[in-house]
Design a protein around this ligand. Structure first.
Ligand code: MSP
Length: 514
């Protein structure tokens, strides 16, 4: 049987930026999908990386009296190190200054030039130095652009306008191409205006930290034209045809809503020019706000994921970001909200269920998983919910509804906690030990299924649960937990966080709650 392939990307982040929870969110999202697809037996390629050219990098390097390359080399580990701490399982980490990428960008430029889709013209327009791109009068009026000046210069342009109609038709004929739906409509709205050609060069007199245009050595390539190409460099475009043919087109580009146009318009028309198929899906998620405001250095409200990991552990951070943000919408981060969800979902529901079943199996069955003989009607309800869970989660994840998929898993966990309350195996144990054993088997087996499915979101803690149950590597069919298995001892999975109002910092992790 041939395996399904799943190729997923994150944006390549600006090397100059301080990594924050926005970057962490997209990367964890990609990681969850990659892990899930690997778990289903798919052939997965997960790409992330860094965008290292452009004026801002050049200026920052000058300030530090470093060469731009030395500056990039110095900063790159901030991202790669964070991905390690966040348990990101990427297969490749691309940096746009790598020779493999420079080669492909120059070959693409040459090919598109020879095709007649790149031409030179004198241009006068408004240029935002902060954004590093030409902007329209209307954009300038919006006041959202800093450092705007009028520039007149000769530049190279990509004939994007030529592909406008074809792109509109493509979007209309491929309903799953731009997601969610309202982003597709936003793009179709944008494409109702005439599309101008894209300025893809910068004269070296103004900027030299970029990839040299192969047919005009006085210019370097505009950063976006360079950066987008990373998605084909990494799987081997022009370097390894068989490999590239295997992975391309990409299954999904995950992006934030801020970079919708560059992906849905610049990138797709570039691919048209190269005669390459378009991505299967471009998925734009919403924005993380901090207490309802935009994260910004000047406001000083940037949330560093490493601080959260240090305080609450990597899996809690991954879980929170994935469970909290509803598909496609903006989400609001506050420490209170983080702690609330941690305590309710992780400490009370998931962690507590493990404590309860392992405690009771310890007490009444000497820590050996009891047998489940004939199931009662109530047991069968849990079994039915558990057995159907894998399919439901798979369907939701294929629609990129990660928050809904997590909720579905947690619904089972909550249902099992309720079932435990109703069945009260601690009481049953005094009168009917096999019945207590049956209830505990059903509850523990459901917990196992939840842990298997949460493995993509919380690799560490889910693994710990499966280790306690002696069930690592088990699948999604009901019955993977083997009666007779001896449970191993474990510390509380997610100790409850007690908020301490006397401390200005807000909270501290205390004791072994649950
Ligand atoms: N370098 C370009 C991308 C080139 S891709 C060919 C870039 N980099 S960036 O460092 O600014 O990262 C942008 C991405 O970071 C967003 O698209 C999104 O994935 C993530 N986020 C940055 N801030 C965010 C929030 N506040 N909330 C959620 N995600 C956001 O643009």
């Amino acid at each position: 049987m041939t395996k399904n392939k799943f190729y997923v990307t994150t944006p390549i982040y600006y090397v100059n930026d301080n990594p924050h929870i926005g970057h962490a969110y997209t990367t964890i999202l990609a990681d969850v999908l990659a892990r899930f697809h690997r778990g289903m037996g798919d052939d997965v390629f997960f790409l992330t990386g860094l965008d290292e050219h452009g004026q801002k990098v050049q200026q920052a390097a000058e300030k530090r009296a470093l060469t731009p390359q030395a500056h990039c080399d110095d900063l790159a580990p901030r991202f790669s190190g964070l991905w390690e701490k966040l348990e990101i399982s990427h297969d490749d980490f691309i940096r746009t200054t790598e020779p493999r990428h420079v080669k492909v960008v120059q070959a693409v430029l040459q090919a598109v030039y020879e095709k007649g889709d790149i031409y030179q013209k004198e241009y006068e327009g408004l240029y935002s130095v902060a954004e590093e791109r030409f902007i329209t009068e209307k954009e300038a009026e919006s006041g959202q652009f800093r450092d705007v000046r009028r520039i007149q210069e000769k530049n190279w342009f990509f004939r994007m306008s030529r592909y406008q109609e074809r792109l509109v038709r493509y979007i209309e004929e491929h309903p799953g191409f731009i997601r969610p739906e309202h982003r597709k409509n936003e793009m179709l709205g944008f494409l109702r205006q005439p599309l101008s050609d894209l300025c893809i060069s910068r004269p070296k007199t103004r900027l030299n930290w970029g990839i040299e245009i192969p047919f005009d050595r006085d210019y370097v390539t505009y950063v976006w034209f360079d950066a987008l190409i990373n998605y084909i460099t990494a799987p081997g475009y022009l370097a390894d045809n068989a490999r590239f043919g295997h992975w391309w087109p990409v299954s999904v580009h995950l992006i934030g809503k801020d970079i919708l146009t560059t992906h849905c318009v610049y990138w797709t028309t570039m691919l048209f020019a190269l005669d390459l198929p378009l991505p299967e899906t471009i998925f734009a998620h919403g924005w993380w706000l901090i207490a309802e405001s935009k994260m910004s250095k000047s406001v000083g409200n940037v949330v560093n994921p490493l601080d959260l990991v240090g305080q609450y552990g990597v899996d809690a951070v991954r879980y929170y970001l994935m469970a909290e943000m509803v598909l496609g919408a903006d989400s609001n981060f506050t420490p209170e909200n983080f702690i609330k969800r941690y305590n309710s979902d992780l400490a009370n529901d998931f962690g507590n269920l493990l404590n309860r079943v392992s405690g009771l199996i310890g007490k009444y069955f000497d820590s050996v998983v009891p047998a489940a003989l004939e199931l009662s009607a109530d047991d069968t309800v849990i079994m039915g919910q558990g057995a159907a869970l894998g399919g439901r989660v798979e369907a939701l994840l294929k629609e990129y509804k990660v928050d809904a998929a997590i909720n579905e898993i947690m619904n089972l966990v909550r249902a099992v906690n309720k079932y435990m309350e109703v069945q009260a195996p601690w009481k049953l144990a005094k009168t009917d030990l096999p019945a207590a054993g049956r209830v505990l088997y059903v509850a523990t087996e459901a917990l196992r299924l939840a842990a298997v499915l949460l493995g993509a979101v919380m690799p560490e803690k889910s693994g710990q649960v499966l280790d306690v149950l002696g069930a690592r590597g088990t699948g999604l069919a009901w019955g993977g937990l083997k009666s007779g298995t001896r449970l191993t001892a474990h510390p509380p999975l997610f100790p409850r966080i007690e908020t301490d109002p006397s401390r200005a910092a807000g909270s501290s992790v205390k004791g072994a709650g649950a």
